[in-house]
Ligand binder design. Structure first.
Ligand SMILES: C[S@@+](CC[C@H](N)C(=O)[O-])C[C@H]1O[C@@H](n2cnc3c(N)ncnc32)[C@H](O)[C@@H]1O
Ligand SMILES: [Zn+2]
Length: 303
């Protein structure tokens, strides 16, 4: 039984990639790619990339070690799903995209750069389709194979790819919208990938993002405070900022939720179990989610 569903997951995914194969370029030679049967995607030079059982494509050309492991992505999925940790931010993103791509406009690709375990992208696309009747195809890209594996296993219907966002296997001017949530950026690349009127929605931490963790674990060090000024300055050098939307709220978490939170954020990674236990024993029950949503597009040339 399991084999049948895994097989069909791969078949379905191959079908989905086939309808979008025109936007991909070979990560080795840059040539066009075509889906071959339900097995793989390949270029005319026979650089071949096989679909996995879960239906994703590994389009990297070198082994990359990342700090993001399966535990982290499982914790992240839990905190986003069971605790709705990012729901207000996702609501805002859906509404922004709804405004940018109103009902009945052209179909477009929504590319999530550094999508992790994929739940944000999958939820956003689902809601855009059902609520805003938008024809959107999601592409999730991340360097961490464990994240993309989780994404493909849990959320079929999106093009999931393991790839470096600094060298994506996509042709220029293909993304109507790029999402980049708490992940690194390469604005040069993003600019190239965006369609002429395409938009980047980047989510960065605000000064108080998870301040309850930060102040406990980093008290007395430079990491006790955070500023996103440099990130915003860097973005401005490449793209035109259209809107900056602060989102701030608190979330109550039980002990299990707090534990999951400590596993999902790089802020607590290096802390030993004892230190995390001490934090849990401070009686903490609420954490601050402070995010800044930046909407940016290509600079409009003067007429
Ligand atoms: C803090 S996580 C955020 C994941 C997801 N956007 C979310 O909000 O749950 C940062 C992600 O960026 C990914 N990442 C880091 N460098 C990358 C690169 N060069 N190319 C693609 N993904 C990268 C990591 O693997 C990780 O999944
Ligand atoms: Zn090739």
């Amino acid at each position: 039984m399991i084999l049948v569903s895994q097989r069909s997951k791969r078949d379905l995914s191959a079908e989905l990639f086939r309808t979008s194969e025109a936007i991909f370029r070979c990560p080795v030679c840059g040539k066009d790619m075509k889906v071959v049967g339900t097995e793989s995607m390949a270029c005319p030079q026979h650089h071949t990339f096989d679909f996995t059982r879960q239906g994703y494509l590994n389009l990297t050309t070198r082994m990359v070690k990342t700090n993001y492991d399966r535990n982290l992505f499982t914790a992240r999925k839990r905190i986003m799903g069971d605790y709705g940790f990012f729901n207000p931010a996702l609501d805002q993103i859906v509404s922004l995209i709804g405004q940018a791509h109103p009902v009945h406009t052209e179909p477009f690709y929504l590319l999530d750069m550094g999508c992790g375990e994929g739940s944000h992208l999958s939820r956003i696309c689902e809601r855009l389709r059902s609520r805003n009747k938008v024809s959107v195809t999601g592409i999730g890209m991340d360097l961490a194979k464990t994240g993309i594996h989780e994404a493909a296993a849990n959320y079929p219907g999106t093009l999931w790819t393991v790839a470096d966002l600094a060298d994506p296997p996509l042709k220029p001017h293909t993304a109507g919208l790029i999402l980049n949530i708490l992940s690194p950026s390469n604005y040069q690349v993003f600019k190239q990938l965006l369609t002429e009127n395409g938009l980047l929605i980047k989510v960065v931490p605000g000064n108080d993002y998870l301040k309850e963790l930060r102040s406990f674990f980093y008290e007395g060090t430079v990491k006790a405070t955070y500023s996103n000024k440099e990130i915003i300055k860097n973005l401005k050098n490449h793209l035109e900022i259209r809107e900056v939307i602060p989102i701030r709220y608190t979330r109550r978490l039980d002990r299990d939720g707090l534990k999951a939170l400590s596993r999902m954020t790089p802020l607590a990674w290096k802390m030993g179990k004892d230190r995390v236990e001490q934090w849990l024993n401070t009686g903490i029950s609420e954490v601050t989610v402070d995010l800044v949503l930046i909407v940016a597009g290509k600079r409009q040339m003067p007429e």
